[in-house]
Design a protein. Structure first.
Length: 255
């Protein structure tokens, strides 16, 4: 705890960092068991903390699901920015965007795993996610159209190309294992290579490895503090505090 405190300027920064860690690990637990088959009790148990401590960071499973979607969208926006800042062709930019997104989402600091379960979101949350997702799809479409104009890409239907690309990228969560045969960087190289070669004019250039920036730490602080969600969080926390602590609860680690 001392090292964590020394690494952040304010208690708010520390809280947000720890909240992101909770979201990341909760996502991995939910992805193994399924969103509807996982309870907050099981998430707390998997994290090694009490349910009351968990309520310090999230109010319910829906908040976990929504915030993970928002983090994924933040990563998509950042990947788009990095790609557009690159001095290169539409193909070069598209490759960099996809490599950044895959490695950031599914790497050690990522939260990939449950963002494909969009229908489980509350209606208002789903509308927010879909609106932001459409903007990222448009960013991909813009890069493909740029590639068509500069002669690096060809696509009979650019919109369909976006659907195929994102379908493949989002499916990673259904089979990827951090303890598997390949590292996420190797998987990203292979998948992005296959996807971009299918629409590249010069297929050899679609295999060139580009440097992916580190996971953008700015996304760790995107999520509002629990106090910003006063209604749901306060109610859930109060309800949790009235329950008797299970045996052995004092042995749970603090966050």
């Amino acid at each position: 705890m001392t090292k964590w405190r020394n690494a952040f300027r304010t208690s708010e920064e520390l809280h947000r960092f720890k909240r992101y860690a909770v979201l990341r690990e909760a996502t991995r637990i939910i992805s193994r068991r399924g969103f509807h088959n996982t309870s907050l009790d099981e998430i707390a148990e998997g994290l090694g903390i009490s349910k009351g401590t968990l309520y310090n960071y999230v109010s319910d499973k829906q908040e976990i699901l929504f915030d993970c979607h928002m983090i994924a969208l933040d990563l998509g926006d950042q990947a788009s920015k990095v790609a557009n800042d690159l001095d290169g062709s539409g193909l070069d930019k598209l490759r960099l965007l996809l490599l950044c997104y895959i490695e950031w989402m599914y790497g050690e600091a990522g939260i990939g795993g449950i963002t494909s379960d969009i229908n489980a979101l509350r209606p208002d949350d789903r509308a927010t996610v879909v609106a932001r997702r459409d903007k990222i799809d448009q960013a991909l479409l813009d890069l493909i159209n740029l590639g068509i104009r500069d002669g690096s890409l060809v696509a009979e239907d650019p919109h369909l190309a976006v659907f195929v690309i994102m379908g493949a990228v989002n499916s990673i969560s259904s089979w990827y294992s951090r303890g598997g045969r390949l590292k996420i960087e190797e998987i990203a190289d292979v998948i992005v290579g296959m996807l971009t070669r299918s629409i590249a004019i010069d297929t050899a250039s679609a295999n060139v490895r580009v440097e992916v920036p580190p996971h953008p730490e700015a996304t760790l602080t995107f999520a509002p503090m629990v106090s910003a969600r006063t209604g749901r969080a306060a109610t859930a926390k109060k309800a949790g505090s009235t329950k008797a602590k299970p045996a052995g609860a004092s042995k749970k680690k603090a966050l």
